[in-house]
Design a binder for this molecule. Structure first.
Ligand SMILES: [Zn+2]
Length: 440
């Protein structure tokens, strides 16, 4: 379906279907909507006031008991792993998943209904390049329950999985590359399975009102109970792979690596997703934009000075080279021996004062805040700086790339930004800054 895998993809048009939610047993309608590049996957609760959205990101992970739940504030979406698995494996990078309940329809317990709705909507390329996360060295997570996930470098996304039930019943192994065609044929039809010992208690507690042999295979002793016979001899390991894809989709980037999983579960999957997200954050800190301003992505000195009130010798931003979404910005400061502070800091041994680096971070963060509030009639005042670290000295001739990410904005009054400065691929300083705004 996707002929240009190097570009991001969204849906060709909206499409949806209705069904039963597993936990409440109530009817729920789901509708997939196209979304712009760099949007990612977001869930929208159409049944709540203001129709809040939740980013399908590992930072929003709430619980991993039996199914994967994400949330923001008090809003929750349960059992997101099957729809996320289908979207990710079928090559959809950007979409809105609208629902009128807190859970997608469970369908037959597989990802088949989601693949069907994605195919009805169509998958269409966008102009922005796809974001990958290349595994560069082996990493692993291990849980007390015996789950082990190892991630190895690979040119494609592969999963090799070993599944084993209680007393090693139903031990199954499958190794496959994950492509849309493989997913649709080999993985998507595999249904959820539960052990009878586990469901009896859940049914008694009314936890799975919508659960029935319509949407799960029940394993009782050596017997397999279901509406229809097993779809694959090794259907269980295939469903485990389905869940791994869905949980790792919370990383928000396409993984190029080989997942080797032994007795995986949502908790271990989520832990690997977290480790990957941390690795991505670490790498982003080292990535420096080499190019100077391009197109609409940057601001030249003049434009910076229209936003910031600072002037010589206190303007610490030469240019803005990149905006990423609404909450990230990168500025550049070329450090010259002619900077006034080098005269006294220190004679014969010029080193840029750390406080000037904090000032540079504050100014770059301010540019972002003013761009967001679309006004320059106010001045941002620095309230606090937390976790400030100076890791390396900055010398004349250095080019500083100043990164700021808005982490909190409370109304128009208060904002927090995580910042770091990079010289020659190394972080030289970092800190979290808080601002308040006052009219000029
Ligand atoms: Zn599942």
């Amino acid at each position: 379906m996707s002929s240009t895998p190097e570009f991001q993809h969204t849906l060709g048009k909206a499409a949806g279907f209705s069904g039963t939610s597993l936990h409440t047993g109530e009817k729920v309608s789901l509708k997939l909507q196209p979304a712009p590049a760099d949007h990612g996957i977001k869930f929208k609760r159409k049944d709540l006031a203001d129709e809040p959205t939740i980013d399908a990101k590992i930072d929003n992970l709430k619980t991993v008991e039996r199914a994967t739940t994400i949330g923001d504030g008090s809003v929750r979406v349960h059992t997101v792993e099957h729809i996320l698995s289908a979207l990710s494996a079928m090559g959809v990078d950007n979409a809105i998943v609208e629902m009128d309940a807190n859970e997608p329809p469970i369908g037959d317990g597989s990802a088949q209904p989601y693949v069907d709705v994605i195919k009805r909507a169509g998958v269409t390329p966008q102009e922005a390049p796809r974001k990958f996360l290349d595994v560069r060295e082996p990493m692993y997570v291990e849980s007390k329950t015996g789950a082990l996930l190892v991630l190895l470098p690979d040119e494609s996304f592969r999963i090799s999985c070993t599944q084993a039930g209680p007393n090693n019943r139903f031990t199954q192994f499958l190794s496959t590359e994950i492509t849309p065609a493989v997913f649709e044929r080999e993985i998507a039809p595999a249904r959820t399975f539960v052990y009878y010992e586990d469901v009896r208690a859940l049914m008694d507690k009314n936890l799975i009102k919508g659960g029935s042999l319509e949407n799960a295979v029940v394993v009782r002793g050596d017997a397999v109970l279901g509406k229809e016979p097993l779809r694959f001899e090794d259907e269980f390991v295939r469903h485990k792979i389905l869940d791994i894809i869905g949980d790792l989709a919370l990383v928000g980037r396409r993984i190029r690596g080989h997942v080797v999983a032994v007795k995986p579960g949502h908790a271990a999957n989520a832990e690997l997703a977290r480790a990957l997200a941390r690795e991505q954050t670490r790498r982003s800190a080292l990535e420096v934009p080499r190019a100077m301003p391009r197109g609409d992505g940057g601001l030249n000195t003049d434009e910076v000075m229209q936003i910031l009130p600072h002037r010589y010798p206190f303007l610490m931003v030469d240019r803005i080279v990149d905006f990423e979404g609404d909450n990230k910005v990168t500025g550049v400061k070329l450090v010259s021996i002619n900077e006034p502070f080098f005269q006294g800091h220190f004679p014969g041994h010029p080193v840029m004062p750390g406080v000037m680096l904090v000032e540079a971070m504050a100014q770059v963060a301010s540019v972002l805040l003013f761009k967001l509030s679309k006004t320059s009639s106010r001045i941002g005042y620095f309230m606090s700086a937390d976790g400030v670290k100076f890791r390396k000295p900055v010398f004349p001739g250095d080019t500083i790339f100043i990164h700021a990410e808005l982490t909190k904005a409370r109304g128009n009054r208060l904002a927090k930004a995580k910042c770091h400065c990079v010289v020659n691929d190394a972080v030289v300083s970092e800190g979290e800054l808080m601002f308040t705004f006052l009219e000029k």
